[in-house]
Ligand binder design. Structure first.
Ligand code: HEC
Length: 188
């Protein structure tokens, strides 16, 4: 029994040391193009889901009117398209070099239309640590954060005018998603 306990304690003490050596070895995946670290995805997702389940608002304080969806379009084009791209365009230049990759929130695969708007709102407000997803509580108003969350909730059933505004040519400045023309079909 004593031997077992000594073994157990030594094992427990050796684990952090082993992890330290692993990090110092220069083989740990730290570049965005590397594979995830052992258990990285599990820790990130489990902790995130548990927190969001506890904290995300259950009621939506603003309706999905055309006005609010248009507000969401303005917010999205200025703050989100840089990473999450615009509909029918190839992934934005920044997104192609990120790990984890920002989902294309207007593509079939990347849409968050199944998530409650409150969950998306939580992510927009607080960001997602260690992923590159910023929190916008310091830079957007509460209304703006809800507007963009409503836009994403309705991404697959937007009124035609709202969808058109999302894709419209930028007035004066570059589109946030990159400088490629809307229909560019070059392979990434
Ligand atoms: C600098 C890059 C960047 C910007 C700018 C950015 N995001 Fe993100 N976002 C990310 C990344 C990376 C992820 C993936 C996080 C992950 O895998 O857990 C993400 C994840 C998300 C998710 C969760 C997607 C899912 O499938 O659960 C939502 C929703 C989201 N972002 C919305 C937004 C909105 C809205 C804006 C603008 C207000 C925005 N993001 C701006 C990088 C960005």
């Amino acid at each position: 029994m004593k031997k077992f306990l000594i073994g157990l304690v030594t094992g427990i003490l050796l684990m952090p040391f082993g992890f330290y050596l692993y990090c110092r070895s220069g083989h740990a995946p730290v570049a965005t193009a590397s594979a995830p670290m052992p258990l990285e995805r599990f820790f990130a997702k489990t902790a995130l889901h548990a927190t969001i389940r506890r904290e995300a608002p259950k009621t939506v304080p603003f309706p999905a009117t055309a006005d609010n969806l248009f507000g969401g379009v303005m917010v999205y084009r200025q703050n989100c398209a840089f990473c999450h791209s615009l509909p029918n365009q190839r992934p934005s230049p920044a997104s192609r070099g990120m790990f984890p990759r920002p989902p294309e929130l207007f593509s079939q695969r990347g849409m968050v239309t199944n998530d409650p708007a409150g969950v998306t709102y939580w992510k927009v407000k607080n960001g997602i640590r260690l992923t590159g997803m910023p929190g916008f509580s310091q830079s957007l108003s509460n209304l703006q954060m809800w507007q963009v969350s409503l836009l994403l909730k309705h991404a697959n059933r937007l009124p035609a005018t709202v969808a058109a505004a999302l894709n419209s040519a930028p007035s004066g400045s570059q589109p946030a998603g990159g400088s490629q023309p809307p229909k560019a079909k070059k392979k990434a």
